[in-house]
Design a protein around this ligand. Structure first.
Ligand code: TV7
Ligand code: CA
Ligand code: ZN
Length: 377
């Protein structure tokens, strides 16, 4: 049996509640909380759980959710039932709060939301208490939720709640989002403050790709009396994130690891492999700052679980010691065939044209560096 050593000199905490995993968005809906089961099975089969402090996530309380969300919205979320989508007396709120195909009302919805949010709030508090240096909640990362609106499979914005906790202890917090979609909910929540720097990498196509926001030019409200003026996009991590951290000097970093930026994702159209996605996590870790790591998108469960298991191994400093062949003992091992590797050749399975030319990328980097002149920590 595999057993991984604890990392030297720092503590990693794992925040999860298995009750999250059994919720269903509906047969054909791409969001499958079951991917969390698969991730946990991999992490355990590799013995990585021996290297972390394991916490059973509590459900976030109504009051905790109300740190960001409006009570009208939370009241609705708490009392809706499957079927209300078609019930006339609820139709006004269903529309107002944006429930529907992307954000269905399913059994246990409020329970699901409060559990994934509780995990992120707990994780942030452990970082603030110095009881953890890197805190992980793979069930969180639901970056589209607005204060009174569900959006893009997200109902409650656990990231915003986590950042709000971190802001109690740190003057500045940086948010990095490698999900293929724009982290619009987090950006919007902190649009008017210079205490949070949000950086999202994403596919941007105003008319054809959800949510259609996050252009390079959308850098924050430019009014001279408004302190928030900072948001960036679509950029090679090393060249940009390093400069952002150096300039902004955050006290903590929140990293959203949406795995729909991997090749072969059911919804995404990027082409990262598991190692490349993991390299973003490894790079973020090099700053040695308190780090809150959350999940997010990811719609091909076998690859989501590979990526998040690999990233867990990076965070506990065990990526060099675990075997790239998926352990014999793992539950649902058949999902990982025929290669049974942690690192399948994703970018060769579905050949995609590289639409980000060198000059285009250089232009983006240049623009972000230009923008950094306005940002000082
Ligand atoms: C963080 N893309 C969330 C990403 C949210 C993306 C969308 C779907 C989709 C929904 C389904 C479904 C789907 C195959 C894919 C404009 C619309 C088009 C709903 C059918 N199959 C994250 C949200 C995005 C729901 N939404 O960042 C039920 O794809 O593009 C849209 C909006 C209107 C609504 N319709 C889709 O990764 C967690 N939705 C099948 C069944
Ligand atoms: Ca993103
Ligand atoms: Zn996404």
């Amino acid at each position: 049996l595999y057993k991984v050593q604890r990392p030297q000199g720092y503590q990693v905490s794992w925040h999860a509640n298995p009750a999250v995993e059994s919720h269903h968005f509906g047969q054909s809906h791409p969001m499958k909380p079951w991917r969390l089961t698969l991730t946990k099975q991999l992490v355990m089969a590799y013995g990585m759980h021996h290297a972390m402090d394991l916490y059973l996530a509590r459900a976030a309380t109504y009051e905790e959710l109300a740190d960001f969300h409006e009570s009208d919205y939370l009241d609705f979320l708490r009392q809706v039932m499957p079927g209300d989508i078609d019930r006339a007396e609820q139709s006004e709120n269903v529309v107002r709060f944006n429930f529907g195909d992307d954000c269905p009302i399913f059994d246990g919805l409020y329970n699901y939301c409060s559990l994934y949010a509780g995990g992120t709030v707990d994780a942030a508090r452990k970082l603030c208490n110095n009881q953890s240096d890197i805190a992980i909640n793979w069930s969180g990362g639901l970056h589209h939720a607005k204060k009174a609106e569900a959006s893009g499979f997200c109902y409650v914005n656990d990231i915003v709640l986590g950042v709000l906790q971190l802001l109690r202890h740190h003057p500045r917090v940086m948010y990095i989002d490698i999900d293929v979609h724009h982290g619009d909910g987090v950006e919007q929540a902190f649009w008017s403050t210079d205490r949070v720097l949000t950086v999202s990498f994403h596919k941007y196509d105003k008319d054809n790709f959800f949510p259609g926001t996050g252009a390079l030019e959308d850098t924050g409200p430019s009014h001279p009396l408004n302190p928030g003026a900072h948001h960036s996009i679509n950029v090679p991590l090393n060249d940009v994130i390093g400069a952002c951290v150096e300039n902004y000097r955050p006290g903590a970093i929140v990293l959203q690891c949406g795995a729909d930026s991997l090749g072969c994702d059911r919804l995404g159209c990027f082409n990262l492999n598991v190692r490349a996605h993991g390299a973003c996590v490894a790079f973020t870790k090099t700053f040695g700052l308190p780090l809150l790591v959350v999940g997010g998108g990811g719609y091909t469960p076998r690859n989501v679980s590979r990526a998040w298991a690999h990233e867990t191994s990076i965070l506990i400093d065990a990526d060099q010691v675990i075997d790239s062949t998926i352990p014999e003992s793992v539950a649902f091992r058949n999902h990982f065939g025929p290669d049974y590797s942690l690192f399948p050749p994703l970018s060769e399975i579905r050949r995609l044209e590289n639409k980000n030319s060198r000059p285009y990328l250089e232009g983006l980097v240049e623009a972000v560096h230009e923008q950094l002149r306005y940002i000082k920590g």
